[in-house]
Design a protein around this ligand. Structure first.
Ligand SMILES: *Cc1c(COP(=O)(O)O)cnc(C)c1O
Length: 395
């Protein structure tokens, strides 16, 4: 890339004020909660994890929530708990994070990509229908950026072909579709509490399960395959024997993580309102730029406003990568969510994925850019993002 392409004169922000993309909002309650757990010396899976599971289930209106150490673990266990494995196919979108397909691969199953809708960036139900075979066992939709997928169409397809639905809700904690909450449509809904997500526990995840049997299985698989409530074995009720009844993993959440998550959950709706107002401000400020603005939610949809992802159009003077470099030179941190999965060498080599299999996702992956959208941004920060993006896009 030429120096000229990114030389924009005096940057909008100073170097020492570099705006970090996706920095979480951490308050004094989170700090006090972690210190409290440390003082009590219960640092593993304990009462705060239980409390966090219950509070999250209540927020989502679900009866069964199982906390784990990442959304990747949540997806992996979800696929395993439905008995999906070698020889089975799981259909997902070409426009998602690698963890979505890695979880399918770790379970021994075969991920099959379907293309996304160019407006919503969500799985296109017509494309899913074309990919269903005798081996298909599940559909794994991702509510991209927090905008819900067309769940009526996807659930109808799943019912007609007797397929499981596992929702990747990593972007979709606050998302709703026709009054129903994301993560409660399928058998299982998987959430991420990674540092940049709408709610963070530093690292962490959660699964919502349709019924108790699935929730019990997930709990077991998340902790070595040990029998129920094994985490209580060193508590004040005295030592308890446990049985290993499954080949499980080490995917449990700790009380230190739950201590961060509890106050984050209490602030969730307040932060959602803040992000919604930033999102609206961006939509107005960028309406005249050579970019495709992200899709607005329809009247029956509730957006989680997790990511703000304008698409740098082909007719723009700068390529997406030049825009990324120029914004970095303005000392504004940016992200890319995501380059299409078919562009990564591992999947091209081992699964033979090609851009022509998912042309819409491939095109989005070439042009998309993510601007900062954290509730921790000050009004000044937001003005800087707007000034920098307008400048870089030639306005
Ligand atoms: C972040 C993310 C994941 C993985 O979440 P972790 O908690 O980091 O494992 C999975 N899918 C999507 C769509 C994500 O954005």
């Amino acid at each position: 890339m030429s120096k000229l392409a990114i030389d924009g004169g005096k940057p909008v922000r100073s170097r020492k004020n570099f705006l970090v993309f996706g920095a979480p909002q951490i308050g004094s309650e989170e700090i006090a909660g972690v210190v409290d757990s440390l003082r009590r010396r219960w640092v593993g899976t304990g009462p705060k994890v239980s409390e966090f599971e219950q509070a999250f289930a209540r927020y989502k209106g679900s009866s069964h929530a199982v906390a784990v150490n990442s959304c990747t673990a949540a997806l992996h266990l979800s696929i395993l708990s439905l008995g999906i494995g070698p020889g089975d196919e799981v259909i997902t979108t070409g426009m998602t994070f690698c963890a979505t397909v890695n979880a399918i691969l770790h379970a021994g199953a075969t991920p099959v990509l379907a293309d996304c809708d160019p407006r919503t960036l969500n799985l296109d139900p017509n494309q899913v229908a074309r990919k269903i075979t005798k081996r298909t066992k599940a559909i794994l939709p991702v509510h991209f950026a927090g905008l819900p997928c067309d769940m009526n169409a996807l659930m109808k397809l799943a019912k007609a072909h007797r397929l499981h639905v596992i929702e990747d809700c990593a972007h979709a904690i606050e998302t709703e579709y026709r009054g129903r909450k994301a993560g409660t449509f399928g058998a299982l809904g998987c959430f991420s509490f990674y540092a940049t997500k709408n709610l963070t526990t530093a690292e962490g995840g959660m699964v919502l399960a349709k019924n108790e049997a699935l929730a019990d299985k997930l709990k077991r698989l998340a902790l070595h395959g040990m029998s129920k409530d094994a985490w209580k074995r060193y508590s004040d009720s005295g030592y308890l024997h446990y049985d290993v009844v499954d080949l499980g993993y080490k995917y449990n959440m700790t009380d230190l993580q739950a201590a961060i998550g509890l106050p984050q959950l209490r602030r969730l709706e307040k932060n959602w309102k803040r992000r919604r107002s930033l999102w609206k401000k961006y939509q107005e400020a960028f309406a005249d730029l050579p970019v495709d603005l992200p899709a607005e939610p329809l009247s029956h949809e509730r957006h989680a406003y997790h990511l703000y992802t304008p698409l740098v159009r082909k007719d723009s003077k700068r390529s997406r990568d030049q825009v990324l470099a120029a914004l970095t030179a303005e000392n504004i941190g940016v992200g890319v969510h995501y380059r299409a999965l078919c562009d990564h060498p591992y999947y091209r080599t081992t699964l033979g994925w090609k851009r022509k299999d998912v042309p819409v996702a491939a095109g989005i992956g070439d042009g998309t850019i993510s601007l900062p959208l954290s509730p921790a941004l000050s009004d000044r920060d937001v003005d800087d993002v707007i000034a920098a993006f307008r400048k870089v896009m030639g306005k």
